[in-house]
Design a protein around this ligand. Structure first.
Ligand code: PLP
Length: 406
C-alpha cells in the first residue's frame, strides 16, 4: 500500500469549524424548526459593493468577446492590481513595489503555503490562541512532534492572556518563524507600534522572519495603530505580510488575497534574489494566478469609490461588534476586542469554552466559537463574530439576555 504523510495523523481532533457544525446539526435535528443565530464562523454576509459588481460584470463581458478575451494571466497577479496594492502601502507611508506583491486566491492558502520557502527544520512560534491554519499547516509539513496535553511538541506558543492584553512578547528563546495576526482573529486585539517594534527587533537580532497576517487591517479605526507591519522601521528586512479582500470587500466567496515579500528580505541559502525570488518560484510552479474576474473586482475595491463603499459596510459590521460587546458587558461578561477588529473575545463565566458553547446553543440558540479550539490559552473564552445581519446580532444578544441560565 502507498504510504501516507504520517503528519496528518498528528493533527489534533478535527478542524474546529466542522466540530461546531456537527454540534449545531445535532441541535437542529433534535429541535426541528428552531432557528439558530450564528455568530460563530467569521464569514461576511453583506452583498458586494456596486462599484465592484460593475467591474466584475465588465470583466465577464470582456471574456465573452473574441477581441477582448484573455486566458492565463501572470502568476503573480495583474500588474495594475499589484500596483494598486503597492499604492495602498504608499498611503501608509511605506514603500512597497509592485514586484514585491503577489496576488493570490486568498490569505488562508498563502498562510499555509508560505512556510514552504523555509527549511523544514525551522522552529515556529505562534500566538496562543491562533488562527488554526498557522499551526496545522506546520504540523502537516512535519515541523512539530506529537500533540500532548493540548500542545504540539516542538512548536513555540506565545500566550495571549488578559494580563498582556492578548498581545504577547517575543519568544525568550530562538525561533525561525513567527506568525502574528493583528488585528487578531480570534481575540480582536491589535498590536501597537511599540509591540510590533519589539518583534521586529527580535526578528532582526535572531535572523527570524515574521509572517504578519493583516487580513483585518481595514477594520482599524484608531489611527495610532499600525495597519501594516512595514510601518515599523526595519520590518522590510524581516517580515512577510499577508492580506485579503475577503473581510474588507466581502470576497470570502469571490477569493482574492495578496502577500508581500520584500526584496530586502534575505535568507541563508536563497541567493541574491532572497525570499522574494523563492516565493516567486513557488507561485509560478504551483499556482496559475487568481481569477481574472476576481482581480477586476479587487482593483475596483481599492479605487476611491470602492473604498468608500467598503468603508460603509465595515462600519455596519463594527456597529454589530459594538452591539455584541456592549450587550455582553452589560450582562456582566468581560468582553474584549470588537473595537478595531470584528471579533469580541468573551470570558466564559466559570465554565470551559465548549461547555459555554453548548449552553449558548441549547439555552439561547446562539452559535459562538469556543476559544479552546484556537489553542490552549483560548480555554475559558469564546469568540463572537461581528459578521452578520444586524437583526440577527440584536436577536442573539437579546436571547442571551433572556435565556442564559448562569
Ligand atoms: C479570514 C481570514 C483570512 C482570510 O482568508 P482568505 O483565504 O483570504 O479568505 C486570513 N487570516 C485570518 C486570520 C482570517 O481570519
Amino acid at each position: 500500500m502507498v504510504k501516507c504523510n504520517p503528519n496528518y495523523g498528528k493533527l489534533a481532533a478535527g478542524y474546529l469549524f466542522p466540530e461546531i457544525g456537527r454540534r449545531v446539526k445535532a441541535f437542529t435535528t433534535g429541535n426541528p424548526g428552531v432557528k439558530v443565530m450564528r455568530l460563530g464562523v467569521g464569514d461576511t454576509t453583506q452583498p458586494l459593493e456596486p462599484s465592484i459588481v460593475k467591474a466584475m460584470h465588465a470583466a465577464v463581458d470582456g471574456l465573452s468577446r473574441e477581441d477582448t478575451y484573455s486566458g492565463y494571466g501572470d502568476e503573480q497577479g495583474n500588474a495594475a492590481l499589484r500596483a494598486a496594492i503597492a499604492a495602498w502601502y504608499g498611503e501608509r507611508g511605506v514603500t512597497v513595489e509592485g514586484g514585491e506583491v503577489f496576488v493570490s486566491d486568498g490569505a488562508k492558502c498563502d498562510s499555509a503555503n508560505i512556510a514552504s520557502i523555509f527549511a523544514s527544520d525551522s522552529v515556529v512560534a505562534v500566538q496562543d490562541p491562533a488562527y488554526p491554519v498557522y499551526v496545522d499547516s506546520n504540523v502537516i509539513a512535519g515541523r512539530t512532534a506529537s500533540f500532548k496535553d493540548g500542545r504540539y511538541e516542538g512548536l513555540v506558543y506565545l500566550p495571549c492572556t488578559e494580563e498582556n492584553g492578548f498581545v504577547p512578547s517575543p519568544p525568550s528563546g530562538k525561533v525561525d518563524l513567527i506568525y502574528l495576526c493583528s488585528p487578531n482573529n480570534p481575540t480582536g486585539a491589535v498590536a501597537t507600534r511599540e509591540q510590533l517594534a519589539e518583534f521586529v527587533e527580535y526578528a532582526r537580532a535572531n535572523g527570524a522572519v515574521i509572517i504578519f497576517d493583516a487580513a483585518y487591517s481595514f477594520f482599524i479605526t484608531d489611527s495610532s495603530l499600525p495597519r501594516s507591519i512595514y510601518e515599523i522601521p526595519g520590518a522590510a528586512e524581516c517580515a512577510i505580510e499577508l492580506s485579503s479582500f475577503s473581510k474588507f470587500a466581502g470576497f470570502t466567496g469571490v477569493r482574492l488575497g495578496w502577500s508581500v515579500v520584500p526584496k530586502a528580505l534575505k535568507g541563508d541559502g536563497c541567493g541574491d534574489g532572497g525570499l522574494n525570488a523563492l516565493w516567486n518560484r513557488r507561485q509560478c510552479t504551483m499556482f496559475n494566478g487568481a481569477s481574472n474576474v476576481a482581480q477586476a473586482g479587487g482593483l475596483a475595491a481599492l479605487s476611491p469609490e470602492g473604498r468608500e463603499e467598503c468603508g460603509k459596510t465595515i462600519e455596519y459590521y463594527m456597529e454589530n461588534a459594538r452591539v455584541i460587546r456592549e450587550g455582553l458587558s452589560s450582562l456582566g461578561f468581560k468582553a474584549y476586542g470588537g473595537v478595531n477588529a470584528p471579533f469580541a473575545w468573551v470570558k466564559t463565566p466559570g465554565v470551559g469554552s465548549w461547555e459555554f458553547f453548548d449552553k449558548l446553543l441549547n439555552e439561547c440558540r446562539v452559535v459562538c466559537t469556543p476559544g479552546a479550539g484556537f489553542g490552549p490559552c483560548g480555554e475559558g473564552f469564546v469568540r463572537f463574530s461581528a459578521f452578520g445581519r444586524r437583526e440577527n446580532v440584536q436577536a442573539a444578544v437579546a436571547s442571551i439576555r433572556e435565556n442564559l441560565k448562569l
